[in-house]
Design a protein around this ligand. Sequence first.
Ligand SMILES: [Zn+2]
Ligand SMILES: [Zn+2]
Length: 502
Amino acid sequence: MIPVLLRSGHRSGGSAVRDLANASRLWREADGPVVPATPLYGIPPRGAGTGEVESLFSHLLTLSYEQRLSPRQVVSHVLPGVEEKLGVLATCPSHKVGWAWDRHAGKEMVGMHESAARWVRVMEAATGLTGLRFSTLLPLELLTTGNLITSEERVCLDCLAADKASGEKPYGRLLWRLRPVTCCPLHRKRLLAPVCGRTGRAAAADYGRVKLSGVCASCGSIGHRCSKQEPGDAGPDEVWRAEQCLRVLAALPSIERSGPAPVRTAVRALCSGRGAVSSLAFRAGAPKSVLTQWLKNEEWRLSFEQLLDICAVEEVDLAELLQGRVVASPGAAGLAPSRVRRRRDPVDHEAIRSALALAVTEERSVTDVARALRVDLATLAKHRDLYVPVREATARRNAAAEEARHLAAIQKVETMASHLAERGKRLTHRNALREGANRFAPSSVESVVLSVMRTALGGRKANGPAVAARLGPRYLQRISEAAGRLRPEIGEAQIPLPLQAD
Ligand SMILES: [Zn+2]
Ligand SMILES: [Zn+2]
């Protein structure tokens, strides 16, 4: 028998999820050092200070679960208030806490860039905890670069089973989100992107279900025991890389304190002999010029995988190297670099020019062209007269596509609202969920549109004003128009939306 988690209480009676009004009151009435205490106070991430630290994304899901709130309630109602109190203004919508927060399993939240920093600030204020940055890759920001975080959650089934055996709830390790990590270093098995193996289960309950890392989102099986996938055994090189990453995560606080200088000192020490830089570059699959420049300039960053390759060929420990120490890591012996040395084909500028000229009519972006011709963007940009129009055309296409998505979302909500009105049902998220074919995911833009639409139609409980700020004035205008069309059917007084330019 597979245990099934409580479903959250978006249904009447016997609700497992707290009423939001209670949660907000708890938060307002409590005291705290930075901002008034939120319902999330004081529950630290699991495995803090070790290589098995919980990712910030999993931590957010855990906190929500512990408080019997859905993560969506926390993200849309608790955290924006905290952010407002902190007085931080988002410079770009994608950095805003709450916006598309669960896209790619919270990839932005656990990475090493601006949006992760914002999440950490807000989550620390909301929980009263410190050190949440060590549940992200922020400490590596000045040391390395690369697209390090996977877009999906992966798990080690054995680790989840161990969580469960120890009486704990399962949690998502930050380690499992690192792209270079392909296996669990403890169980030496490959990580899996879990797929529910139980059939005949519609995803109907997704909206209401409590979300938790390590729990199947389809059937609720704790530890993904429903998965029928077999994690293969990992090879020694995979295990070595995963171990290196585990050790880096465990050492994040001291690595961050070290800053970008010591790792260069350590690599210089490796390259003390004549011609050693060339030799290291060759063996580690790095262009020599890149390695030389990196050694000279602290603003230069090597990709994380490149650093791992250097450690692999030199048989040294990455966590130590990042702190300026050369310490042997015997497991690395004889491992070939994972990266393939880049071929230096001569650049065919004629081919580039004709590909760029065609790109506008063929609706291809500069990235598409660069990929097809195997050149980098800087090479393409040398042909500025052709490069700039291609980029502009791409931007126009993206804007048009976004507009179309907006219109489609509004259309969908409007159709659904009109169906509900025909049957004399109120326009609520709960009723919307029961609209079979027109159902939408809670984090989808349709859900935001619905909130704004409800407010525009006079719903006092809807959080339209709070979410309306996320949508641009053009979008609000269109929702307002749709609300105007719906008004005769719904028969309630319409409240004008606060339309202002942003
Ligand atoms: Zn494991
Ligand atoms: Zn399942």
